[in-house]
Design a protein around this ligand. Structure first.
Ligand code: AHR
Length: 338
């Protein structure tokens, strides 16, 4: 049932890409995929956030392999989670006159100037994975499409799963939250979606919330601090909500080192659906993961090709995703692609 739903979702995503509103020049009949009408190779500049998580590594791999397969010349730059590095990379792509610029913005704000520069240079910009906000004006004027997940919905799914799992209507449920990178779209939106659902469940309280920057090391470090301060304040931690699986995996280590059982003494829900999370669920240490697919490479290639053929893209291309509780982990692990 789940498998067929996923197949249907995949078909819908494909149909959506084909539904790109067509206008303008057609590609020459026999031109290889990675070539423009004039026979010149398409060049794409991609600025990646970094390599902070299993998710990010899979995302980079998906983009690199899809571009290679399509014969597109990819100029790839890893920003090491620093906005200034992304801005530098985008400026260098503009100088090199690439055909398309794509990037996954590490944080939401601070892009006004560089996006204006790309627009002035008439280079189309594609946002992958994360959105931007401008200090003034409509960001949609500066990018041709934004492809990726609905992070607010992921936060809602995590909270809905939790409420259904805990089955506690009145008893207090104390939650600690490991947030993603400060100022990033997934950190802001996953918090918003989660809290939106919990508003209707007054007994669920977020008692501590701090950033773990989407990494295992910080997830562990912050969870250690949460456990220590909860002990000092005589508070019980019932639940950990982590904005990604890597931070949850780091936190699991901290919980074990504190002599507690992750997944039992502290219920854990996180986001991404990476293989490491499935392994943790099979080991009984993680209770659920909410899927966020990093496999954006093929969609990005489709979008780049459509642009070089003079087509207009849908402004928002949404990724279809699911929820995986521990009970299905062993069955699903062999199907996981990241
Ligand atoms: O933007 C997507 C988020 O970034 C993923 O959830 C996280 O693992 C990554 O680093």
């Amino acid at each position: 049932m789940r498998k067929s739903r996923k197949i249907i979702a995949g078909i819908l995503a494909g149909v959506m890409m084909l539904a790109l509103a067509g206008c303008g020049a057609k590609q020459e009949a026999n031109a290889p995929a990675g070539e423009k009408n004039a026979g010149k190779k398409i060049t794409v500049g991609f600025s990646q956030v970094g390599a902070e998580s299993e998710w990010r590594t899979a995302n980079t791999e998906s983009i690199k392999s899809a571009m290679k397969e399509a014969g597109i010349d990819l100029k790839f730059s890893d920003a090491q989670q620093k906005q200034e590095n992304q801005i530098k990379a985008i400026r260098s792509f503009i100088q090199q006159k690439v055909d398309v610029i794509a990037f996954s913005p590490v944080v939401e704000t601070g892009w006004d100037a560089v996006l204006q520069e790309a627009k002035a240079a008439k280079i189309p910009v594609i946002l992958t994975d994360r959105a931007v906000k401008l200090s003034s004006g409509n960001p949609e004027e500066y990018y041709v499409t934004f492809m990726g997940s609905d992070f607010v919905e992921e936060g809602r799914r995590a909270a809905n799963w939790l409420v259904g799992f805990m089955k506690k209507d009145t008893e207090p449920v104390n939650i600690v939250e490991l947030q993603g990178t400060v100022g990033s779209a997934p950190a802001i939106d996953r918090k918003t979606g989660f809290e939106e659902v919990l508003k209707n469940h007054a007994n669920y309280k977020i008692i501590k919330s701090q950033t773990g920057d989407f990494t295992r090391a910080k997830g562990k470090e912050v969870m250690e601090a949460f456990l220590k301060s909860a002990k000092a304040e005589n508070q019980k931690i019932d639940v950990l909500y982590a904005h990604n699986d890597d931070m949850a995996i780091g936190a699991i280590q901290a919980i074990e080192e504190a002599g507690l059982k992750p997944g039992k003494d502290i219920i854990i829900v996180s986001i991404d659906g990476v293989k490491g999370a499935f392994e943790a669920m099979i080991a009984g240490k993680l209770n659920a993961t909410i899927e966020c697919s990093p496999l954006l490479g093929p969609q990005l290639v489709e979008a780049v090709k459509a642009l070089t053929e003079g087509k207009t893209l849908e402004k928002r291309i949404l990724t279809q995703e699911g929820v995986f509780p521990a009970e299905v982990a062993a069955k699903e692990l062999p199907n996981r692609k990241y």
